[in-house]
Design a binder for this molecule. Structure first.
Ligand code: CA
Ligand code: CA
Length: 84
C-alpha cells in the first residue's frame, strides 16, 4: 500500500522541482504522517540515502526515524555535503 502511495506521488510530478528543492523538514518527509520516517519515506527526500546510512541514523533500531533521529541525520548530511 505504502509503495503505491509513493508511486502516486512520483506520478504527480513531485519528483522534479520539488525534489530539487527537497522538502527535507520532518513533517514533509513523513508523508504518511505516522510520526516517524521509514526508509521508503526517507529515500524520497534523500535519493542517495543508503539503507546502511538509514540504519546508522536509527539509533534506537526500531526501523524508523524519530524527529530527533531524523534531525541528527539531516545535520550529519549538511555537514558532510559541501554548501551549494
Ligand atoms: Ca511515516
Ligand atoms: Ca528509531
Amino acid at each position: 500500500m505504502k509503495k503505491i502511495i509513493l508511486t502516486s506521488l512520483f506520478a504527480l510530478g513531485l519528483s522534479t522541482a520539488a525534489m530539487a528543492q527537497a522538502a527535507t523538514d520532518f513533517t514533509s518527509v513523513d508523508t504518511d504522517a505516522s510520526g516517524s520516517i521509514s526508509y521508503a519515506e526517507a529515500v524520497v527526500a534523500w535519493p542517495d540515502l543508503t539503507e546502511e546510512a538509514f540504519a546508522a541514523a536509527d539509533t534506537d533500531g526500531n526501523g524508523e526515524l524519530s524527529a530527533e533521529e531524523y534531525d541528527a541525520l539531516v545535520a550529519a548530511a549538511a555537514s558532510a555535503a559541501p554548501a551549494s
